[in-house]
Design a protein around this ligand. Structure first.
Ligand SMILES: C[S@@+](CC[C@H](N)C(=O)[O-])C[C@H]1O[C@@H](n2cnc3c(N)ncnc32)[C@H](O)[C@@H]1O
Length: 302
């Protein structure tokens, strides 16, 4: 039954999942996370670098755009306590859920594509439970727009996610950032789009994408606890020699629906790219978008 003072939500049929969300550590309530002062200082540097580990999946036939486990892990450790609840609205094959299990946090992830969710569940089974206080990590196949059906208000302590980068994958792969002789690898001229479902944000051009993303986050805002963070990993798009500053469109739309931008972190990917090709020389200067990505850090202000 809906209480009289409950905000009017447009998602009526609730199906709340059973999951803990309260901290289980002894840290003071005013602390944002369990992190040590030394690690906090490292987190203040706005340029982050990550390495892939053995468990990371880099086979693009399984999923075309997976981030390293180390990325959500760093966000979780910096911004949550043990036992708290983490949300990834675009969970893909479950990388954030693995990072949550590794660090003793509860987590829920959503993805439109059933194949990815099945893969995420299998990956999770292989991660051992190492903490005394057992946690749950749940992968759900649904449109992220429906998240308010599943989670109660003021329960999530961190959102960390990598949505599709608008239509970045919805075209034949040309491998332009690779050296000439490496361009024609097995992915050359393949379209590696997640799905052609019209609700897949990867089918939407940048400005439409930013609006659809913000619509999803508008519904999630009451679920996120006040002053808690929401990190969105993104990159801009180049099409027909024009740059689409997707990260700017997303900041604008997120602020319209009530989030406040706190930090812009650069994911420095220079350690992951090698044997780059030359293009544009000597007349058209373009930086290599494979060398960095954005981590946009918002919070729910009140
Ligand atoms: C960049 S990938 C995320 C990969 C993930 N970080 C990982 O490491 O596996 C973006 C995901 O968003 C999903 N997606 C696209 N539109 C969606 C929507 N409306 N609701 C939920 N998931 C969606 C795609 O299926 C895709 O797996």
């Amino acid at each position: 039954m809906k209480k009289v003072n409950e905000p009017a939500l447009h998602y009526e049929a609730k199906n709340y999942i059973e999951i803990s969300y309260k901290k289980t550590c002894d840290c003071p309530d005013s602390y944002l996370s369990c992190i040590s002062p030394k690690e906090w200082v490292k987190g203040q540097v706005a340029i982050w670098e990550f390495y892939y580990e053995k468990r990371d999946i880099r086979d693009k036939d399984i999923h075309p755009a997976v981030f390293p486990i180390a990325l959500p892990k760093k966000c979780i450790e910096l911004l949550t306590h043990k036992g708290e609840l983490v949300l990834d609205p675009f969970v893909g094959i479950g990388t954030t859920l693995i990072a949550a299990k590794d660090t003793g946090r509860n987590a829920v992830g959503f993805d439109l594509n059933p194949k990815y969710i099945e893969f995420a569940k299998k990956r999770l089974e292989e991660v051992p439970e190492i903490f005394e206080n057992k946690t749950k990590q749940i992968a759900i196949c649904d449109d992220a727009l429906n998240i308010p059906k599943y989670l109660k208000e003021n329960t999530v302590s961190l959102i960390v996610t990598s949505p599709p980068y608008a239509t970045l994958l919805l075209r034949e792969r040309k491998n332009k950032s690779l050296r000439c002789d490496l361009r024609k690898n097995k992915y050359y001229k393949k379209i590696q789009q997640y799905s052609f479902n019209p609700r897949d944000l990867g089918t939407m051009p940048p400005k439409e994408f930013a609006k659809a993303l913000a619509e999803i986050f508008k519904g999630i805002l009451p679920i996120l606890r006040p002053k808690r963070h929401c990190i969105i990993n993104l990159n801009d798009l180049w099409e027909n020699n024009k740059r689409y500053a997707t990260h700017c469109y997303v900041i604008e739309e997120m602020e319209k629906v009530g989030y406040e931008l706190r930090n812009i972190i650069i994911w420095d990917k220079r350690n992951l790219v090698n044997l780059v090709g030359i293009y544009g020389y000597p007349s058209n200067y373009i930086t290599l978008s494979t060398t960095f990505e954005y981590l946009l850090d918002f919070w729910r202000p009140k």
